[in-house]
Ligand binder design. Structure first.
Ligand code: URA
Length: 262
């Protein structure tokens, strides 16, 4: 570099670029020749407590206790769920979808998760698959309003209708379990694979679970509730050839209800 180019800013810049300094990363030039300040004095540490020779106290952990267990009515449980902020799904949902139908009904349907229509109305199974579920319920002489009770394993719509995660299901489960205990139906219908797997605590898929009666047990129930997995109506809309099997399951529900009335 010549003395002349030092007075020519464009020539100076070209010289920098040629030397590899092609990027400006700060407003102020770094003075690398400045003396380094002495290191700060070390922080004074509090003296460590003496190591005890006594065994450490183990905090009491209460397994299974959950605020939902304190609900003594479906209305109380609904209020609890509506004011619960512990499930991340709630922040994306517009409404809590708790249940629909008659909580004194002898048959309780538990589906998977609310979709867009359910999220808008705050009611389970009101969209296209809900319309089919209504017809399935009516086909065995029941009605949604009087003789059926409907809920889901999660109370808020997962964004974009994705499946709820294991964690989201686990967070809702104590409420769902208490819900079933409080309704104590004669028959529990597990609508779809997710509901069946969750409430029967099994990894087995719906195709193998359906067609057989299982038992749902929970500490607040005097006796296990007979539970029948049923193909989800959304699946039946995609695979209408499976309606034949669903019809068999519906007849089995009717039969069980008739027997338990006697
Ligand atoms: N599918 C479900 O499983 N539940 C609903 O509430 C709606 C669609």
């Amino acid at each position: 570099m010549t003395d002349q180019s030092l007075n020519d800013p464009a020539a100076l810049l070209r010289w920098y670029v040629d030397a590899g300094a092609d990027e400006c990363i700060g407003e102020v030039a770094v003075d690398r020749l400045k003396p380094v300040p002495p290191p700060a004095p070390a922080m004074a540490l509090a003296p460590a407590p003496p190591i005890s020779t006594q065994p450490a106290a183990v905090p009491a952990v209460s397994y299974g206790a959950h605020p939902a267990d304190a609900a003594t009515s479906v209305a109380e449980l609904r209020a609890m769920v509506e004011s619960f902020d512990g499930c991340g799904l709630k922040q994306f949902a517009s409404k809590t979808v708790f249940a629909d139908g008659n909580p004194s009904a002898r048959v309780m349907f538990v589906g998977e998760a609310p979709g867009a229509d359910e999220d808008r109305q705050g009611l389970p199974f009101v969209g296209v698959s809900g319309k089919l579920l209504d017809r399935m319920i009516e086909s065995i002489g029941l009605t949604r309003a009087e003789s059926a009770y409907i809920t889901n394993v999660v109370f808020w719509r997962p964004p974009g209708n994705r499946a709820p995660t294991d964690e989201e299901i686990a967070i809702c489960m104590p409420f769902v379990r208490r819900h079933i205990e409080l309704v104590n139906p004669a028959v529990l219908v597990l609508v779809g694979g997710l509901s069946a797997k969750t409430l029967l605590s099994t990894p087995v898929g719906i195709t193998r679970l359906r067609g057989r009666w299982h038992e749902f047990q929970s500490p607040g129930l005097a006796a296990p509730v007979p539970a029948l997995p049923l193909f989800h109506p959304a699946y039946l809309l995609r695979s209408p050839q499976q309606k034949r099997l669903a019809w068999r399951d519906l007849l089995s529900i009717r039969e069980r209800l008739d027997q338990s009335k006697a």
